[in-house]
Design a protein around this ligand. Structure first.
Ligand SMILES: NC(=O)C1=CN([C@@H]2O[C@H](COP(=O)(O)OP(=O)(O)OC[C@H]3O[C@@H](n4cnc5c(N)ncnc54)[C@H](OP(=O)(O)O)[C@@H]3O)[C@@H](O)[C@H]2O)[C@@H](O)CC1
Ligand SMILES: [K+]
Length: 488
């Protein structure tokens, strides 16, 4: 099963479905015990618990309650805790009593020399940026990477919107975020602000969330094993045709780079056949002799899916080609220049019944949608996909792939080394090969994004890369993911 993420409304539904566990305070006891356990583990790992110094920033709601209860557990283990109450009159009463009973200190400001700070300002009830009091407390801290305290956020880094992942300014930047039961949208959409996310089991389940009354986009992500399982593997009866032939229309004799990268990625991603159509045929074949190349669509044999657009131009000829391909019942991936043409002629794709995958970056997305992506990328991509009834893959550090029902698969690349010229051409070749193998467009897009991200990581290892390096690492990346199956 894909990992499911919930918005705040759905989290509250899942909590409410536990009945007595919520009203009797059991959920909060479990949540705070989970926070304390993660922190104790971290302190033990870095020199032990006794006498270590922890600050707690406590807001006005239950998020602060979690933090105070966790502080009580830590104080009983000999950790020297100091809490700052941002709104003393509203601080969680039960949490405050437990914290005081355990010997926890309360002060107007955090002391110097802390090992760790608990961010219990706001969780799913938070709105907008950190308010002034909280902002001032965090602004005084030395960042963890410069030797300052580790920041552990309870549920969410405060100032990060639970539903949209918008990182307001100011917001907390966490080293670790401890959340409860089911991750929230922000844990994927704002992954860089969350640090390592630990999900503590408190007895709530996403299965309890049945309605989607507010028609909010539904966000999930694939596990590595799911990506590995969907990857096409030739069976004993397969031949070069039966695994799906991908056709690539990209680049030109003058600018062959996109053709070489997209076609090379298609060759690498599955073991079926790859055809190339266009004026860069000679250059493509000199790089990849296994590619069957033709100069025009009239000369090409059968294909099972098309990749069209990278470096392919935006003139009338490009429009004619797109019209011909999108008029078939074959899966088609449209990227780059192809998207510029589609933005002018949305009728080519809107409501197309054959699998259709559009792969814009933010600028191309704005041309397609007629408006900037904006801060709420999740809603924006789901809106375009449902409005046009096609699958839309919005590129970025967090790639989002929305299907026409508004379901979105997200992938966190874990870094941004892939933000380099030509990397998009590689992605389109991988995804096109998966479409040709018969994967539905959303799965093809999300699985391609995962392998692409892992390839960038393998190629980079902390140093800049070009798209050719990334392409060279696609095969090891697929191998690594497939290895997770035998390891599991
Ligand atoms: N229910 C349960 O059993 C469980 C709940 N759990 C925990 O409860 C959390 C949800 O608690 P919650 O609903 O009390 O909301 P919460 O996130 O604490 O914030 C609300 C307060 O913050 C304030 N505020 C808002 N924005 C702000 C800002 N930008 N900057 C500063 N302040 C801001 C706002 O104040 P006001 O606007 O009223 O002044 C409001 O009073 C959840 O994330 C999880 O940690 C777990 O224990 C599991 C079991
Ligand atoms: K928090």
């Amino acid at each position: 099963m894909p990992i499911r993420y919930l918005d705040a409304e759905a989290v509250r539904q899942a909590e409410a479905a536990t009945g007595d566990l919520l009203t009797g305070g059991t959920l909060m006891r479990r949540a705070s015990a989970g926070v304390a356990a993660v922190i104790l583990r971290e302190l033990r790992r870095t020199g032990g618990c006794y006498g270590r110094r922890v600050g707690i920033v406590v807001g006005a709601g239950d998020n602060g309650g979690d933090a105070l209860h966790a502080g009580a557990v830590l104080a009983r283990r000999g950790v020297a805790c100091t809490a700052v109450l941002l709104a003393p009159e509203k601080a969680h009463q039960g949490g405050l009593a437990a914290y005081r009973n355990a010997g926890g200190r309360i002060d107007d400001a955090l002391p110097e020399g802390l090992d760790l700070v608990i961010d219990g300002v706001v969780g799913i009830g938070g709105r907008g940026p950190l308010r002034q009091g909280a902002a001032a407390v965090f602004a005084r801290l030395t960042p963890a990477e410069s030797g300052g305290p580790l920041i552990v956020s309870v549920d969410l880094p405060s100032g990060v919107d639970a539903d949209t992942g918008v990182v307001h300014d100011p917001a907390v930047r966490a080293s670790i975020t401890v959340t409860f039961g089911v991750p929230r949208n922000a844990h994927l959409l704002a992954a860089p602000a969350c640090g390592r996310v630990e999900v503590v089991d408190i007895g709530i389940s996403a299965d309890a969330v049945t309605s989607n009354a507010d028609a909010a986009p539904r966000l999930s992500s694939l596990t590595d094993a799911e990506v590995a399982r969907c990857w096409p593997v030739p069976s004993p009866s397969d031949d070069k045709y039966s695994q799906g032939v991908v056709g690539v229309i990209a680049g030109s004799a003058r600018y062959p780079g996109a053709a070489i990268l997209a076609t090379g990625a298609a060759v690498t991603a599955t073991s079926g056949m790859t055809r190339y159509v266009g004026t860069a045929a000679d250059e493509v074949v000199s790089h990849y002799p296994e590619v069957v190349a033709a100069r025009t669509l009239d000369d090409v044999g059968r294909v099972q899916a098309w990749v069209v657009g990278p470096g392919a131009g935006t003139d009338d000829d490009a429009l004619t080609v797109l019209r011909a391909l999108l008029g078939t019942d074959l899966p088609v991936l449209v990227d780059a220049d192809g998207l510029t043409v589609v933005a002018e002629h949305p009728e080519l794709v809107v409501g197309r019944t054959a699998p259709t995958l559009l792969t814009p970056h933010a600028g191309e997305f704005a041309r397609l949608a007629g408006a900037e992506v904006g801060a709420d990328r999740l809603q924006a991509v789901a809106d375009l996909a449902t409005r046009w009834r096609v699958t839309v893959l919005l590129k970025g550090r967090i790639t989002l792939v929305a299907d026409p029902t508004g379901a979105v698969l997200g992938n966190d690349a874990g870094g941004s080394w892939a933000a380099t010229a030509g990397a998009g051409d590689v992605l389109s070749g991988i995804a096109g090969a998966l479409l040709a193998a018969g994967l539905p467009p959303q799965l093809a897009g999300a699985a391609a994004a995962r392998v692409h991200a892992h390839a960038a990581d393998l190629a980079s290892r902390g140093a800049p890369i070009g798209a050719s390096n990334l392409l060279g690492a696609v095969r090891p990346a697929i191998r690594d993911l497939r290895d997770t199956l035998s390891a599991g």
